[in-house]
Write a protein that binds this ligand. Structure first.
Ligand code: UT7
Length: 315
C-alpha cells in the first residue's frame, strides 16, 4: 500500500509563490447563517477564516507567475508542468492545459489527482521525471473546494477554502533535494471521503481525522527512519493544513519541535492540494529556512492517499 524509494535525481527549488482569492469568509459569516459558532470552529479546527473565489486555473496561473518571477525563469523555459488538483475547471482538457497555454510553457503538462496529498505526489513525480530528461518543472497545487462544498452543511462548509501554491524545480547534479519519500494509498477507505460528479464533498469527519493522524505519522516516520533522521532534526515541518489539532498530534508523536511546524490553516482553511505549497511559501518568505535545512512535507486526503517527503533545502 505504500512505497519508500530513495535516490531521486538531483534538483533544487528555485521559486515559490502562493495565490489566494480576495474574498475573506470569517467564522462570523457562517455563524450568521448556520447552526455553528466561532468558538466551535476555532476549538475543533483552528480555522478563523478562509478565502473563496477564482477558478483552479486562474489561481494556479497567479501562483505559477509568482514562482517563475522568484526563480528568474521564463515560462518558455519550463518543460514540465504538473498541476495537482481535485477541482479541475473542466472535465476535458486538464486544467494544466489552460495554465500551460496562458503562461506559454513548453513541453509536457498534466493534472494529478491525489487529493490533499497531491502536491507532495506531484513534487516527487516531477523530480523523478528529471531522470527521463526533463530539466525545469512547474509544480502547482490549486483547488477551489468552495465549489464542491455544500455551503449549508455545517459539518463541511466551515472547513474548506480556495487557493494555489507553486514551485519551480530545476534539475541539477549539485544538490540532492528529495532525500526520501513515501507515497501511498489505502483504497478501502474510499467511502469515508469522496465527492461524486456534480455532488458535494461527503466526509465522515471523525474517521478521517483518526486515519489522517495515523497515516501521516506512519508515513513521515518511514521517511525519517529511511534516512536515519529524528523528528528533532527537522527544521521545518510543512504539513497538509486540514485541522490544527491533526498537525499538533502529528508533531507530538514524531518528536518535532512544535515551533518548527508551519501553520496557515487559521487563515486559509483546508485548501487541499494547495495547502503545502502555500505553507512552504509563507515559511520561506518569512526567512524560516536556510540552505542545508531539513524540511519534512506531508499530506493526506481522499482515497485515502498519503505522501511524505524529506527535503534538504538548497537554492
Ligand atoms: O483534507 C482531508 C480532509 N478532511 C479532514 O482532514 C478533516 C478531518 N476531520 C476533522 O477535522 C474533524 O473531525 C472535524 C473538524 C470535521 C469535526 O470535529 P470533531 O471534533 O471530530 O467533531 P465530530 O464530528 O465528532 O462532531 C462533534 C459534534 C457533533 O454533534 P453531536 O453529534 O455531538 O451533537 C456534530 O454534529 O459537533 C457537531 N458539529 C458542529 N457543531 C458546530 C459538526 N460540525 C459543527 C460545526 N459547528 N461546524
Amino acid at each position: 500500500m505504500s512505497g519508500l524509494r530513495q535516490s531521486l535525481p538531483g534538483a533544487t527549488i528555485t521559486g515559490w509563490a502562493a495565490a489566494l482569492p480576495d474574498t475573506v469568509v470569517t467564522n462570523a459569516d457562517f455563524e450568521a447563517r448556520l447552526d455553528t459558532s466561532d468558538a466551535w470552529i476555532v476549538e475543533r479546527t483552528g480555522i478563523r477564516e478562509r478565502r473563496f473565489g477564482g477558478t483552479t486555473s486562474t489561481l494556479a496561473i497567479e501562483a505559477c507567475r509568482g514562482a517563475l518571477k522568484r526563480a528568474g525563469v521564463e515560462a518558455g523555459d519550463v518543460d514540465l508542468l504538473i498541476l495537482a488538483t481535485t477541482t479541475p475547471d473542466k472535465r476535458v482538457p486538464a486544467t494544466s492545459s489552460i495554465v500551460h497555454a496562458e503562461l506559454g510553457c513548453r513541453g509536457a503538462a498534466f493534472d494529478l489527482n491525489a487529493a490533499c496529498a497531491g502536491f507532495v505526489y506531484a513534487l516527487v513525480t516531477a523530480v523523478s521525471m528529471f531522470q527521463a530528461g526533463f530539466r525545469r518543472a512547474l509544480v502547482v497545487g490549486s483547488d477551489t473546494l468552495s465549489r464542491i462544498t455544500d455551503q449549508d452543511d455545517r459539518g463541511t462548509a466551515v472547513l474548506f477554502g480556495d487557493g494555489a501554491g507553486a514551485v519551480v524545480v530545476e534539475a541539477t547534479p549539485d544538490h540532492e533535494l528529495i532525500l526520501s519519500h513515501d507515497l501511498g494509498l489505502d483504497g478501502s477507505l474510499l467511502p469515508i471521503l469522496y465527492c461524486n460528479h456534480a455532488g458535494y464533498i461527503q466526509m465522515e469527519g471523525r474517521e478521517v481525522y483518526r486515519r489522517a493522524v495515523r497515516a501521516t505519522v506512519e508515513s513521515a516516520a518511514r521517511v525519517l527512519s529511511g534516512t536515519g533522521t529524528s523528528g528533532a532534526e527537522v527544521k521545518l515541518f510543512v504539513p497538509h493544513q486540514a485541522n490544527r489539532r491533526i498537525i499538533d498530534a502529528v508533531v507530538d508523536r514524531l518528536g518535532i519541535v512544535p515551533e518548527r511546524s508551519v501553520i496557515v490553516v487559521d487563515r486559509t482553511g483546508n485548501t487541499s492540494a494547495s495547502s503545502v505549497p502555500i505553507a512552504l511559501t509563507e515559511a520561506v518568505e518569512a526567512g524560516r529556512v536556510e540552505d542545508g535545512d531539513l524540511i519534512l512535507m506531508s499530506g493526506f486526503g481522499a482515497g485515502m492517499t498519503w505522501a511524505s517527503a524529506l527535503l534538504r533545502w538548497g537554492t
